[in-house]
Design a protein around this ligand. Sequence first.
Ligand code: SAH
Length: 376
Amino acid sequence: MSGKVPEINLVFDEPVQRKKAPKHLADFAPADRKAFAQEHGFQPFRASQVANHYFSHLSNNPEEWTDVPAAERQAIADALTPKMIELVTTRTTDNGMTRKDLWKLHDGVLVESVLMRYTDRVTVCISSQAGCGMNCPFCATGQAGLTRNLSAAEITDQIVAAARACAMGELPGGPTRLSNIVFMGMGEPLANYNAVVRTLRNITDPNPDGLGISARSVTVSTVGLVNGIEKLTEEGISCTLAVSLHTPDDELRDTLVPINNRFNIREVLAAADAYEKRTGRRYSIEYALIRDINDQSWRSDLLGRLLKNRNAHVNLIPLNPTPGSKWTASRREDEAEFVRILESYGVPVTVRDTRGREIDGACGQLAAAEKGKPVA
Ligand code: SAH
C-alpha cells in the first residue's frame, strides 16, 4: 500500500473478501453483550468490564485492564473488541487542527473520517457506508457506487478512535474531549439504518454502556429517505437531522438527488417536520451552492417561502467540485444574494466553512463542517 490517499474514496488495496466483519461488543445492545461474551466462553460480567474499558476509558490496550486476569486479557480483547479499523494514512491541515484518517476495514475496503478542532468544540465526520448508492451527480462518493454497509462496530470504532485521539492530546492545543459527531462522511446513514441506530445508542448511552455524548451534539445527514426519517422519529433519540435538499423544486432535485424521484420535496419536508415535532430539534437543510445550477435568486425565494414557517435552518455549502466535474461553486455575489433573500424570510442561514479541502476532502462532504455552533 502506498502512502498516498486515493482521490476517489472508494478503493480496494487488496481483493475484497465478502466475509462479514468480525462481531464486536459495539454491535450489540448492552443487554445482549453478556450473551456475546458467553458465546466466546467468557463469564458474562466480562462484557461490562470490557465495555467500560472501551467506552469510558477509550482503552485499546488490554495491558491496562487490571480488573481482568492478566492471562485472559488479550484473549478477551481479541474476542470482544477485535480490531475493526486499521489506520492507513493520516493527513493534516489547518496547523494540525483538521486531520483526515484513512481506515482499512477487515476486507481491505477503505473509508475515511475527518477530525476537526475548533475553539469551542471538536467534531468528527464519520462514514456509515463504504461508497454510497444514492448517486448524487455532484458527490464523489456517489459516483463510485456502494460497496457495502459498515457494521455498527466499524462506524462506532471511527468515533472511539477520534475520542481517543482527543483524549491523548494528539491534536494541537492539548488533551480535549470529542464533542460533536456528524454522519457526513461516505454513505447514506439511513440506508444502513440498524447499524446507524446502534451507533447512535453507542454514542449517547452513558458510560459504561456508551460514550455518554449528548444526542444534541450528533447530526445525521440524509438525502431524505422518508421511511428512514419516519423510523428514526420513533426511536426517541433526539439527534439533529440534516436533510440534503440542494434545491426547492422537484424538477431539478430529481437530477441532483435522484432519490427525489421516489420521495419528493413535499414528502421529505413533511417527514422532517414530524421529526422536529417529536424531538423538539430544529433540523438543518443542506444546500450545496452550484454555480448557475441551483443558485438563482428565484430558487432562494422559493426556498424562503418553503421554509419560513418551519423550524429549520439552512446550511449553504460552497460546492467542492469533484475531479472532472463541469460544475463549480457559486460566485460570491450570487451566494451573498442567496443568503440575503433567505434572511428576508426570517430563515436562519449559515455558510459552511470547508475545512480540509487541501488534504483532499475532494468529495466535499467529508471536509464540510458547520461554521456556527451546532444548534442547541
Ligand atoms: N448521504 C448523506 C451524507 C452525505 S455527506 C446526505 O446526502 O446527506 C454530507 C453533505 O455533503 C450532503 O449534504 C452532501 O450532499 C454534501 N456534498 C456531497 N458532495 C459535495 C460536494 N462535492 N460539494 C459540497 N457538498 C457536497
